[in-house]
Design a binder for this molecule. Structure first.
Ligand code: ADP
Ligand code: MG
Length: 410
């Protein structure tokens, strides 16, 4: 029997022994049940539970290949993920699962089972817009991002972190799939909805002023080592229930512009809203409900609370006198706001025309609805990018959605 001293890909039986013999989380592998619960396409995730007392944990294992495509991918992403979960747990206690052990040999992270929380993307699609969302999401970003910047950390310490969290292969995925291919399909990987080809060609592929702005965001993504990011902060990385949220899966973590994380959340909240306005309402025969209004409020409040909390955090932890000058602080925070809108735009566009579609789009079967919805989202993405310096507050971005969706019902 393999003894876990050398890497191999575990199955549901192996993880039981691993949980008992390596982690000592259970006295023995007897009486344990395990299942693979991973719904992601990159790694292997198992839950192991004791039948007798119900105690459980989750083990996430990486391989040197991507689970679905078989393409090679740096296995040290797992080291980055485990370290980042621990750090986020210190900066934002209670917002991420506790890490029990990172095992470099097995490329496995063992952590708290947060199954009491549900995938936020699915919750929002089902119309469950928790009232605490804006509050908790804004706290998570404000607490985890600002403390990792040069405004707060010792310069040498920060550079050590930049080096530790250098994540070239996973960054390359974002550089290509988020910040290049939606506008310049040089690998032929975009997936366009039939009927939208001409729209995409004109609005994205041939839009040179847009290319210049995306170029600025792309270059900043690659060079502006501002804060330690989660790197993949969409609503499928957030789990939620009535009591709060938990954030998972920071394997794309690296030092980049903090607006990238904030913008990813804004973008994915907009997918929930677009789904409700275009698709869910349609499926229900246009039945009026207040979910869309709740989502608008959540997006607006998330933007505004993030600004308020970043400023409050700033005042609390930034001490260097130049940075305490309001002339610096206001410009810095305005830059974060503008970046957040810009990267919200690039995320909306890439999820609409790229190959990593979101469920809010691919579950829409009526082609007319899908085409209308995609065009509205692409228009919104473009405006968020092009007008990112003029946006002042959450109501501005929600108004942009209303304009692009051409809906007055909200
Ligand atoms: P991948 O990197 O392959 O995308 P994720 O970290 O997103 O993997 O995990 C895949 C799925 O496994 C999640 O969507 C969630 O359903 C489940 N999962 C992951 N970590 C936990 C955890 N700590 N507790 C409960 N479920 C988890
Ligand atoms: Mg992942």
């Amino acid at each position: 029997m393999k003894d876990f001293s050398e890497f191999f890909l575990m199955n549901t039986e192996d993880v039981k022994r691993y949980a008992a013999e390596v982690l000592h989380f259970f006295p023995s592998a007897e009486g344990l049940i395990s299942e693979e619960i991973g719904d992601g396409n990159i790694n292997y995730v198992f839950r192991v539970r004791s039948v007798s007392d119900g105690r459980s944990l989750v083990i996430k294992q990486a391989d040197s290949r991507i689970r679905t495509s078989g393409n090679p991918l740096d296995i040290s992403r797992n080291r980055i993920e485990a370290a980042l979960l621990k750090l986020e747990g210190e900066l934002a206690p209670g917002y991420v699962p506790a890490v029990y052990r990172y095992d470099e040999t097995m490329a496995a992270t063992s952590m708290e089972d947060i199954s009491a929380f549900k995938n936020l993307r699915k919750e929002l699609m089902a119309g469950r817009v928790y009232r605490h969302l804006a509050e908790n999401l804004s706290s998570f970003v404000a607490y985890t991002l600002l403390p990792t910047t040069d405004l707060v950390l010792d310069a040498a310490e920060k550079k050590k972190l930049v080096s530790f969290y250098t994540n070239p292969q996973l960054c390359r995925i974002s550089e290509d799939l988020v910040l290049t291919e939606p506008y310049y399909d040089y690998k032929g990987r975009n997936i366009l909805t039939p009927g939208n080809e001409d729209f995409v060609k004109k609005e994205l592929y041939e839009n040179r002023p847009l290319h210049a702005e995306v170029g600025i965001l792309r270059e900043a993504f690659m060079n502006h080592a501002q804060a330690l990011l989660h790197g993949d902060l969409h609503t499928g990385s957030v789990f939620a229930n009535e009591t709060g949220i938990r954030v998972l899966d920071p394997e794309f973590g690296f030092y980049g512009p903090m607006g990238y994380d904030i913008g990813n959340l804004i973008a994915n909240l907009f997918f929930a809203l677009a789904y409700r306005v275009f698709a869910a309402a349609d499926a229900q025969g246009g039945a009026a409900d207040d979910t869309a209004a709740k989502l608008c409020d959540t997006i607006e409040a998330f933007c505004d609370l993030t600004s308020v909390k970043l400023r409050r955090k700033y005042d609390g932890i930034v001490t260097f006198p130049f940075y305490r000058e309001s002339g610096f602080k206001d410009r810095y925070l305005a830059g974060v706001r503008s970046d957040s809108c810009g990267y919200a735009g690039t995320e909306i566009i890439r999820r609409t025309v790229g190959d990593s579609k979101v469920a809010e789009l691919y579950t829409v079967s009526d082609p007319t609805v899908r085409i209308t919805m995609e065009r509205a989202l692409i228009r919104l993405g473009i405006r968020l990018i092009m007008e990112r310096n003029e946006i002042r507050c959450g109501s501005d971005v929600v108004q942009m959605f209303r304009d692009c969706a051409n809906v007055s019902l909200l």
